[in-house]
Design a protein around this ligand. Structure first.
Ligand SMILES: Cc1ncc(C[n+]2csc(CCOP(=O)(O)OP(=O)(O)O)c2C)c(N)n1
Length: 325
């Protein structure tokens, strides 16, 4: 991998981590009044996908979408303003954290309904194929999504039509408080299950940003080249609670030992250490990156705070799509 891509991955991961840690730190101020699902600990997959995709590619996601939006080129100011419910937000303050949408960067929507955006992502890819646009559609999904019926229908359709879709699964082992062991029979692997639909599926370490990037760039090129959809599953771990800014290891649905073991495999620190060891970045470079990120975050929060709430009449706009043609 060229050093520039490695540096980009590190920068994007540091940025995503810092944004989410700032949201967590400031959530108690009661100015962000929507639920937030943070993906601290899962930064590698989002950053690698952002680097492997083109700005013209499209993406959809679910409730844990901050990292996906930012990695896809999303505007930090617009995201923080959205979480603050302000009219300057990427959904004009109507959506909040779980409903990020921003056509300007090809981020076509995220919703809290598990699996809800999967058919949307597949639908987006159909005209790409028919019009030979050279784009691909990336569907970010969690390990609970392959348990939904709509996922099965969507994958089947994408395979039948050989659509340019990247199904990108971040397997963090849990659906809220339920581990995979109570949701799937023993020994079943998601990537093996999905392979039954007749598409190529892959699986790997979701905390190794460079490995994820290498796998995805190969996959993205194949999909773009007309080889049909692919499914990638990467194992990773969410550090903070399912929904909210705190930690929930006291609840007992997962062990502290498990959490500590994953923390030792911090994807951001791992990449940072490796790039310093390989002399791709210096400590000073990392400090410069962090300073740039901190300044951007401060500006974004100030922007969100000083932005107005939407006017009441906005409640009646963009509720339904306008009639076609
Ligand atoms: C159709 C549907 N069923 C149940 C829920 C409740 N719910 C919200 S998030 C979630 C778990 C999602 O797990 P996963 O897709 O693995 O993503 P993660 O939260 O682990 O990132 C569930 C079951 C929902 N939002 N939608």
């Amino acid at each position: 991998m060229n050093p520039e891509t490695s540096r980009r991955l590190l920068f994007d991961m540091l940025r995503i981590r810092s944004v989410e840690e700032t949201i967590a730190a400031r959530y108690g101020e009661q100015k962000m009044r929507c639920p937030t699902h943070l993906s601290v600990g899962q930064e590698a997959v989002a950053a690698a996908a952002g680097a492997a995709l083109r700005p013209t590619d499209l993406a959809v996601s679910g409730h844990r979408a901050h990292a996906h939006y930012l990695a896809k080129g999303g505007r930090l100011k617009a995201m923080i303003a959205e979480i603050y419910g302000k009219v300057t937000g990427c959904a004009r303050g109507k959506g909040g954290s779980m409903h990020l949408v921003d056509e300007s960067v090809g981020f076509m929507g995220s919703t809290a309904i598990v699996g809800g955006t999967v058919p949307v992502g597949v639908g987006l890819s159909y005209p790409m194929k028919l019009n030979n646009t050279g784009q691909i559609s990336c569907v970010f999904l969690g390990d609970a999504v392959p348990e939904t019926g709509v996922f099965f229908e969507s994958v089947n359709f994408a395979v039948v039509k050989q659509l340019p879709v990247l199904f990108l699964c971040e397997n963090n082992g849990y659906s809220v408080y339920s581990p995979l062991s109570v949701r799937q029979p023993p020994g079943r692997k998601l990537y093996e299950l999905v392979a039954g639909f007749g598409l190529e599926t892959h699986h790997g370490d979701g905390n190794d940003a460079r490995a994820v990037y290498a796998a995805l760039s190969e996959g993205v090129a194949a999909i773009r080249g007309g080889e049909g959809p692919r499914f990638y599953e990467f194992e990773t771990y969410r550090w903070r609670e399912h929904c909210g800014p705190m930690y929930d290891n006291d609840l007992g649905y997962r062990s502290v030992a498990e959490y500590e073991a994953w923390k030792l495999r911090d994807p951001v620190l791992a990449l940072q250490r490796a790039l310093i060891t390989e002399a791709i970045v210096t400590d000073a470079d990392v400090a410069d990156m962090q300073a740039e990120i901190d300044a951007e975050i401060e500006e974004a929060f100030a922007f969100a705070e000083s932005s107005p709430f939407p006017p009441p009449e906005d409640a009646f706009t963009d509720v339904y799509a306008s009639a076609a043609g």
